[in-house]
Design a protein around this ligand. Structure first.
Ligand code: BES
Ligand code: MN
Ligand code: MN
Length: 462
């Protein structure tokens, strides 16, 4: 295993070139016009797994976007690690804010990445992190050090809520059977402080449409006498939080875990400098639920955000109308104890109750996902922390994350397996934002760390 470093040194240009080719395919799952790119990316992932040494790789069609499945079974009696990741990426707009083409990756140096970072959509979320696993696997096969069975399941619609993944998992329980799931689709504290993500928030989202008159009206002839849907929507949205920034949906906080002072003290130990946080985001003050720290607000507390709002005339010059419609997209981040379907229903009811008779309101709920907590005392977690210790030279720390990977809770429910989240990304990677990037250091460190995870996991399972 000690020659993994040499292997990386000898092959790193190729590792970068191959990842660049993957990033060049614009696999935007949210945009149906990219469906051919989704298939192309699935093919590219499949080919990379075959080249790396799997026994079997297949593209599994689903009602929507295909899943790539591959495996190498060396001995049925040995443990099986399932690698999950996603090959789809977020849309790129606003494109004008990108310094370089999102699908023409380049390496540029930054303050946090003096050795360079790969700029491109999907570099960190999640193509770069998926590819770390492919290359780590390639090394283990080539060096004859693969200590157990491996399965890969790389999906293409994580960014739109894993639409067909539940469908796929339900139908392939036997095939996906495993002892532990390993996922790199999160981040760590910094390049000098490795961490393992121990919790993810759940998610529920809705779209709301407020309709007033059946057509846009002259605001001089009708203004003042007819409800303006944009004004009404704004009033409704402004009632979703109170002055303490608590969410006002009835029952929102029912049944969620209360943290003890000791647990909160543990959370407060994580290295976090509020001044740096504000500086990185270019904000003068943080904001959130009264009585909680910034880390708590962003990880263990449930939240509600308006993600987008539109309506009326937004073109050049002025157009004096009362618009017929106003719309918004709203998402909630959930914690253990909250059910996504119940929360969607509660929000929908509440929005309806806030709408005056002068408008019609329609709320559509989308699929959501449950929150997830990983235990820190199982062999998967222990193996991950030993692996990070080996390659970073210092102890990693457990951290909660505010993001969501809805499939993780579903894996536990359907397959009964725990997921270990070793993400090599950084919060500064600008995932989902313009100029997304992934440190070359992070990419190569991931490739170096993963084989140790396998090694220690299999040793611990013996
Ligand atoms: N990889 C992210 C989630 C993530 C990032 C978790 C960093 C923790 C740290 C994932 O691709 C993502 O963006 N998930 C969506 C889920 C949604 C579309 C259902 C999210 O969190 O918004
Ligand atoms: Mn992701
Ligand atoms: Mn994402």
């Amino acid at each position: 295993m000690s020659d993994i470093k040499n292997y990386i040194e000898e092959n790193k240009d190729r590792f970068l070139d191959e990842l660049f080719d993957l990033i060049r395919i614009p696999s935007i799952s949210a945009d149906p016009t990219h469906i051919d790119d989704m298939h192309k990316t699935a093919e590219a992932i499949k080919k990379s797994l075959i080249d790396a040494g799997v026994d079997k790789a297949e593209i599994c069609e689903t009602p929507t976007i295909p899943v790539v499945y591959a495996e190498k079974i060396i001995d049925e009696k040995l443990p099986t690690v399932l690698i999950y990741g996603h090959y789809d990426v977020q849309p790129v707009d606003p494109i004008s804010l990108w310094d370089t083409d999102p699908f023409e990756p380049v390496i540029k140096k930054t303050e946090l990445h003096p050795e360079g970072a790969i700029f491109g959509r999907g570099s960190s979320d999640d193509k770069g992190q998926v590819y770390m696993h492919v290359k780590a696997f390639e090394y283990m096969v080539k060096s004859n050090t693969l200590p157990c069975n491996v399965k890969f399941m790389i999906e293409g619609e994580e960014e739109i809520g894993s639409t067909s993944l539940g469908w796929y998992v339900e139908r392939n329980k036997e095939k996906l059977k495993n002892d532990i799931i390993l996922i790199s689709d999160t981040g760590m504290i910094s390049n000098s402080q490795p961490s393992i993500t121990t919790s993810l928030r759940g998610i529920a989202h809705v779209e709301v449409e407020v309709t007033g008159p059946s057509r846009d009206l002259h605001s001089g002839l009708f203004g003042g006498a007819v409800a303006n849907p944009i004004t009404v929507l704004n009033k409704i949205l402004s009632k979703l939080h109170n002055d303490n920034n608590e969410v006002t949906i009835p029952g929102f906080y029912n049944g969620i875990k209360k943290y003890t002072e000791a647990e909160r003290a543990e959370i407060a130990k994580a290295p976090f400098v509020e001044e740096d946080y504000k500086k990185a985001l270019n904000i003068d003050a943080v904001d959130g639920e009264a009585g909680y720290s910034t880390i708590e607000r962003a990880t263990i507390r449930p939240t509600l955000d308006v993600n987008g709002i539109w309506g009326g005339y937004t073109g050049e010059g002025s157009k004096t109308i009362i618009p017929s419609k106003a719309n918004a997209k709203i998402s909630m981040r959930l914690v253990p104890g909250q059910d996504p379907a119940e929360m969607t229903e509660a929000l929908s009811k509440y929005l309806n109750s806030l709408a005056p008779d002068s408008v019609k309101i329609e709320v559509k709920g989308n699929r959501g996902g449950y929150a997830y907590v990983t235990p820190t005392n199982n062999n998967g977690y222990l193996a991950a922390s030993k692996a990070l210790k080996e390659t970073f030279g210092i102890d990693s720390i457990p951290t909660g994350s505010g993001g969501s990977i809805p499939i993780v809770a579903l894996f536990e429910k359907e397959l009964g397996s725990k997921s270990i989240l070793i993400g090599l990304g950084l919060e500064s990677d600008a995932i989902h934002s313009p100029n997304e990037h992934f440190g070359v250091f992070n990419y190569l460190k991931g490739i170096e760390t993963i084989p140790y995870f396998y090694k220690y996991y299999v040793e611990l399972e013996k």
